[in-house]
Design a protein around this ligand. Structure first.
Ligand code: ADE
Length: 249
């Protein structure tokens, strides 16, 4: 998969050289390219923003600069047809909420382009223009809070998508049981050695070696945790699916 991130702060994305994503890049599983938006400016001051039409506070990012950058990155400058499915992702607090389901879908595309806005955001014509040109455009939000720009959201998407690419996570089973996985539950609590610490014992059942009982105990705790911490998720659970999973235990 290819991912391009366009930003005025390329240094923000340096963390993507580390850990699993860094290794995926070095192993050739992920072709990640970070670009400085100012490389597409044409004036001496390398200007990327201007005052908003209609007035108001702050600055808005210029569509002409973004247009040149995105045409290049999406391969739309030479006139040829770009190969494969391309998705343009625009992080913004006014976007739709990013979920694991969306991330799973994004992990199947050929090219993801993340356009990191700053200030009051990117001129609205940019998203419209690329949607009209046949690019899937998704404006997304990490949650109901405001960040200074899209870079942190880009880090989140790259990490969440990269770990779903084949070969990136060593044991694919660890992707199956985690929070927000197929069962729609938060993950159960986990324990390791030592069996007693600070006067607290690891739950006895986990030392029993009885896999069926352990699986049922974990399912109960996952349900309890989900009901307590994310009551909004309980409504979306499918009782028939939970029953099927129980029978498989
Ligand atoms: N940019 C600023 N705030 C954001 C948020 N909550 N999610 C995604 N991008 C953002």
């Amino acid at each position: 998969m290819r991912i391009d991130v366009v930003t005025i702060f390329p240094g923000y994305l340096d963390a993507l050289d580390l850990s699993l994503v860094g290794k995926a890049r070095r192993d050739g599983l992920l072709d990640l390219r970070v670009h400085d938006l100012r490389d597409w400016t044409t004036d001496r001051h390398r200007t990327v923003d201007d005052t908003p039409f209609g007035g108001g506070a702050g600055m808005v990012m210029r569509p002409d600069v973004w247009g040149r950058a995105l045409d290049d990155v999406l391969g739309r400058t030479g006139g040829g047809d770009p190969a494969g499915r391309q998705v343009l992702l625009v992080p913004t607090p006014s976007g739709e909420r990013l979920t694991q389901r969306t991330v799973e879908d994004l992990a199947t595309v050929d090219q993801l382009v993340l356009a990191c806005g700053r200030y009051e955001g990117i001129d609205a014509r940019v998203a419209e223009h690329y949607a009209d040109a046949g690019v899937e455009v998704r404006e997304f939000s990490l949650g109901d809070y405001v960040l200074n720009g899209g870079e942190v959201a880009a880090l989140v998407v790259v990490e969440a998508v990269a770990r779903l690419l084949p070969g990136v996570v060593g044991n694919p089973q660890s992707l199956v049981e985690e929070s927000h996985g197929a069962a729609g539950l938060l993950e159960y609590p986990v324990y390791t050695k030592p069996p007693a610490w600070a006067g607290r014992e690891v739950p006895e059942i986990l030392l029993s070696g009885h896999h069926g009982n352990i699986a049922r105990w974990r399912r109960d705790l996952a349900l309890e945790r989900t009901a307590e911490r994310r009551p909004d998720m309980v409504g979306t659970l499918d009782p028939a699916d939970l029953d099927r999973r129980d029978r498989a235990v």
